[in-house]
Ligand binder design. Sequence first.
Ligand code: BV8
Length: 252
Amino acid sequence: MVRPAQIKLDPRTHVMVLTGAGVSAESGIPTFRGSAGLWEEHRVEDVASPAGFLRDPALVWRFYSERRAAAKDVRPNAGHAALAALEEQLGDRFLLATQNIDGLHQAAGSRRVIEMHGSLWKTRCSRCDRPAFDDRDSYTAQNLPGCAQCDARGDFALLRPHIVWFGEALASEDLARIDAFLRPGAGTRLVFVSCGTSGMVQPAAGIARVARSRGAETWLVNLESPDNAGDFEHTVMGKSGELLPQLFAVTG
Ligand code: BV8
């Protein structure tokens, strides 16, 4: 078997990895495009949106409750473990930005993780500014969760998943952290790897181009060719669980 290309990492190399639903596929979590971006005949963009929540909060809570139930016993795979091990070796020369909300990177030991699209395991008030809190519960139309803090003030407000929906802005501090990492000091070699994502959702899909414009070496690790394939100099096709464990060669 021909050994696929390897990314040589020397002490002046900084690595940023962007992941998408494909890295959780081998753990048993379905990807979005695999179902052509549909759930129960609904377009995900319609359910995962503020308008969708306003229109039918019970449907949206059913969508996320089902994903919580399906994901709660799922374990990280070798791809998640490989990225956690790489962080162990590189320390602050490593940053992981994930579009996934499943928490599997953290379960595998990753700590330098930016959850760009929020977390399936957190809930917040749709109105007041109480901080998001850990929540693994499922909700039905008969027991939609309300905010006790708003209730105490005589307002009623529904709780919502702490997730960035389509049409909602990503957290500015997350985007700033990603931008800062992609501005390494002189003499630094920057490597950007995109793994398990169809490159369809902005602004995540645009990071490869930003990295390249700043001189980064860009690598694509994916099962199929993504929408932004042209942004990458190097391409390794295949499953992340098989490729990531052998992709990096740390030298010195
Ligand atoms: C924003 C949380 C602006 C939800 C997600 C019209 C109206 C409104 C907005 C827009 C619009 N047109 C465009 C936009 C922008 C929009 C966008 O990009 N839309 C797309 C559909 C065109 N973006 C936004 O709305 C973003 N916000 O623009 O805000 C703004 C600014 C200021 C003020 C206000 C607003 C917000 C985007 C975030 C949306 N939330 N997630 C949830 O998860 O329920 S996105 C969601 O879909 C996921 O998080 C993920 O990011 C995305 C799915 O993408 P992937 O992860 O790539 O998964 P996918 O299934 O597509 O692909 C899997 C890949 O893996 C495949 O390539 C496959 O080949 C590969 N694979 C499979 N198995 C494996 C594998 N690879 C390796 N190994 C394997 N084993």
